[in-house]
Write a protein that binds this ligand. Structure first.
Ligand code: C5P
Length: 403
């Protein structure tokens, strides 16, 4: 399956003669399985009509930043969030300069400022403009910020010059866009992920739970999707929206999470247990709300052990590749290694929850990935970046064990 399958590509078209190739680019991106939405600058509309690109993309072309009707339909922030990749092709010297300055003076540059998606530019301009030191400095600045550059190619130009500045050919742009995403490392695979906390009922209104936000599990679900996998996310109660293309199985208690996990684990290729499952639950759930009793200052709850979900999956006769998490506040490596062995996991992700700013309920994490291949230290980074790195390691593990 192409690594552009289901990818959302926001195609920015700016003012240059190469804009005529953008029409073909839309088609070829769609052929590769991508969804394409188009944003045009005013200058681009002098070279090719919005109607052409609308007809090809199958969606209205976005052009105005300050048009209330357009903003109401799909505004600049929604477009910025929608995109898996912003590809500006052709990228004129002007848009390159404006992006370097961080300007938000039209819809496209505003989206580029707002998006968390990668941005790729396909420069297209006269060779003199490309060679100009100002353009070269801008390109170097943008590359330093992580903006991807596709091309330009060398050759004869529409203006009659010969040199660097031609936009890459459409098929090369499609290949370069596909190459930005994980190489389909999990294409065709099914990944089941548990995420978030569980709630163990005490009575109809109270429960035992923990501070898990679900962020790590949800980031893993997104990264697995991006790697081309079919993803089933078994989630305890969290305040996060599920990635759009996952199959979400919402659960509340550890027992419900266990039932859901065991129902789908045998047919999965990978099982990742990122949930913070309550180890114990009240032995019985009171039918009515517990009342305070006058004169009695203590209340004793009897707890019973919950089933260990990840260990049960690892014990299945037809087991997937099983990855667990070990959140530890002391003796991190020793505890994580022991847990991996005891639960018979292929790999365990160890994280030190005594360090502030990482782990539980935060946006960042730093972990050690422990598998047969050794122990890999992944220093502090965002949970979404970490998730992409972990999915890469898990895919490598799968490849070496099923090869
Ligand atoms: O034993 P501990 O709770 O520290 O193990 C953590 C790992 O085991 C995590 O991957 C967690 O999702 C999983 N786990 C589970 N079922 C439980 C308890 C933990 O799957 N009942």
């Amino acid at each position: 399956m192409s690594s552009l399958f289901n990818k959302r590509i926001l195609l920015g078209v700016t003012g240059g003669i190469a804009a005529y190739k953008s029409a073909e680019l839309i088609r070829r991106l769609q052929d590769a399985g991508a969804q394409v939405r188009v944003v045009m600058t005013p200058a681009a509309q002098e070279f090719i009509t919005p109607l052409t690109l609308q007809a090809l993309s199958g969606h209205p072309v976005h052009a105005d930043l300050l048009d209330p009707a357009a903003e109401a339909a799909m505004g600049h922030i929604e477009l910025a969030r929608w995109a898996d990749l912003v590809l500006v092709a052709p990228a004129s010297a002007d848009v390159i300069a404006r992006l370097t300055q961080g300007q938000g003076d039209d819809l496209l540059t505003t989206i580029c400022l707002a998006t968390a998606a990668p941005i790729a530019l396909a420069p297209a301009m006269n060779q003199g403009m490309w060679r100009n030191q100002a353009t070269q400095d801008n390109i170097a600045t943008l590359a330093g910020r992580g903006v991807h550059l596709f091309g330009p190619a060398e050759g004869s130009q529409a203006c009659g010059d010969v040199g660097p500045g031609r936009m890459l050919e459409v098929q090369d742009l499609v290949a370069a866009a596909a190459g930005l995403f994980d190489t389909g490392a999990l294409a065709g695979k099914t990944v089941v992920i548990t995420a978030g906390p569980t709630r163990e009922a005490i009575d109809p209104v109270r429960y035992l739970s923990n501070h898990s936000s679900g962020k790590m599990g949800y980031a893993l679900a997104q990264a697995a999707l991006e790697a081309g996998a079919k993803v089933i996310l078994i989630s305890g109660p969290v305040a996060l929206p599920a990635p759009e293309r996952v199959t979400l199985i919402p659960v509340t208690s550890a027992q419900e999470m266990y039932d859901a996990a065991l129902a789908c684990a045998s047919s999965a290729d990978v099982f990742i247990a990122a949930a913070a499952v309550a180890d114990y639950r009240p032995a019985s759930v009171a039918e009515h709300k517990l009342k305070k009793t006058a004169g009695i200052d203590t209340l004793t709850l009897t707890l019973v052990k919950n089933p260990d979900i990840v260990a049960s999956v690892a014990a299945l006769p037809e087991r997937p590749c099983v990855v667990g998490f070990a959140a530890e506040s002391e003796l991190l490596l020793a505890h994580a290694r022991a847990k991996r062995e005891h639960k018979r996991l292929d790999a365990i992700v160890a994280n030190d929850i005594s360090t502030e700013g990482i782990g539980f309920n935060s946006d960042d994490n730093a972990v050690i990935f422990i598998s047969d291949a050794g122990e890999e230290y992944l220093a502090q980074r965002s949970k979404s970046q970490l998730a992409r790195d972990l999915i890469g390691l898990i895919a490598q593990h799968l490849m070496t064990t099923t090869a």
